[in-house]
Design a protein around this ligand. Structure first.
Ligand code: ADP
Ligand code: MG
Length: 358
């Protein structure tokens, strides 16, 4: 039995909008789960149903095997950090951290010990006497996280907690939150629209789209084994390249060339003769030149972006476009013609209609 069980959860808002459909998931104690997807896909709604802040329209939520649908947030022993983390502006960092414990009537000595320990974990010790307005965005965010972790709860919920921070602070806080999770070990569900956050922080990722789960898996599974076009395109940066083409004699066109699918994927494409298929490959999976065990593609270089550790090369052939990620030392000239290799093992084929992996 898993620690948390979400069985066929549905959310239909009072206005009739069906925001979450048949959400099924089992979460083990201590796991770090990330819900990821574009804005509006139902991440916060699902999290709020778990928190007890939003009624579950249909389905069952179990904690330790016991139905929890009717429990309030405190009974569920959850703590939550929101995107707009409201600290009490007139209270010091110490009092902000102590607040929930004070409400619970915990002894002053115990509170002091817990505040000091939480502050130490979060690097806030020297700021305990400050008011929130005298802190940076990152420090305020740490206080918000501290307020949640100071109470001993079983479930730790975070809804886009880093989205008000600048890029650099986000990277720092990302590893800090991972570190804190290692230290306190609480089961954590973390919501973000940022695939990088999901990939770097999660034990397992739940990819959502329009209220439906698309795939659940480890970062490794989602990257190497995406189940459909959406997941393949969502995980990875720049996203996977997709070439659409009609299969003719086992081949699809890439501009003025043919990719001979039947040479490697006869079993997969045999039923697709005359039908459209999606051919996917990741920008970073290619090699320049003609490698063995790979498709060789000729193309024109439209634009290059040197990013330091790599260069993004925007290529075209006919009306097909793609991005290649190459070593900056190998950056090709704009307007030149190059040939690159797509290893057979790095090819992903999808049904054009269902968008599912073939
Ligand atoms: P996310 O957190 O993934 O951005 P939400 O869970 O906030 O998405 O919202 C999912 C969908 O439900 C959106 O289309 C949103 O407009 C809708 N929604 C959210 N709250 C309500 C509400 N109180 N009433 C009706 N629709 C809502
Ligand atoms: Mg949200």
């Amino acid at each position: 039995m898993a620690y948390l069980e979400l069985k066929n959860l549905n959310k239909i808002y009072p206005n009739g909008f069906h925001a979450v459909h048949n959400f099924n998931l089992e979460i083990e104690q201590g796991e770090f789960i990330v819900f990821v997807g574009s804005s509006g896909c139902g991440k916060s709604t699902t999290l709020r149903m778990i928190a007890g802040l939003e009624e579950i329209s249909d389905g069952e939520f179990l904690i330790n095997g016991k139905r929890a649908n009717e429990l309030n947030p405190r009974q569920r022993e959850v703590a939550m950090v929101f995107q707009s983390y409201a600290l009490y502006p007139q209270m010091t960092v110490y009092d902000n951290l102590a607040f929930s414990l004070t409400l619970e009537g915990v002894d002053e000595d115990v509170i002091e010990e817990k505040v000091n320990r939480t502050a130490a974990i979060l690097g806030l010790t020297e700021y305990l006497d400050r008011l929130p307005r005298a802190l940076s965005g990152g420090q305020r965010q740490r206080v918000a996280v501290g307020r949640a972790i100071i109470r001993k709860v079983g479930i730790f919920l975070m809804d886009e907690p880093l989205s008000n921070l600048d890029a650099k602070q986000r990277v720092t806080m990302r590893s800090e939150i991972t570190q804190i999770h290692k230290e306190i070990g609480a089961t954590t569900i973390y919501v973000t629209h940022d695939q990088t956050e999901a990939m770097t922080m999660a034990d397992r990722i739940v990819v959502m789209k329009e209220g439906y789960i698309q795939q659940v898996g480890t970062p490794h599974e989602l990257y190497f084994n995406p189940t459909n076009v959406f997941v393949a395109g969502f995980i990875g940066e720049p996203p996977m390249n997709f070439v659409k083409g009609t299969v003719e004699d086992g081949k699809i066109a890439f501009g003025d060339q043919k990719i001979d699918l039947k040479s490697q994927f006869a079993d997969k494409v045999s039923g697709y003769e005359g039908k459209e298929i999606v051919f996917g490959f990741r920008p970073e999976a290619i090699a320049l030149g003609e490698e063995e065990n790979a498709y060789h593609i000729r193309c024109n270089v439209e634009l290059t972006e040197m990013l330091g550790d790599n260069t993004n090369v925007y290529i075209t052939n006919g009306d097909q476009q793609a991005i290649l990620k190459v070593d900056p030392h190998d950056t090709p000239d704009v307007d030149s013609e190059i040939t690159f290799s797509i290893p057979f093992k790095s090819v992903y084929l999808f049904d054009s209609e269902t968008e599912n992996r073939i």
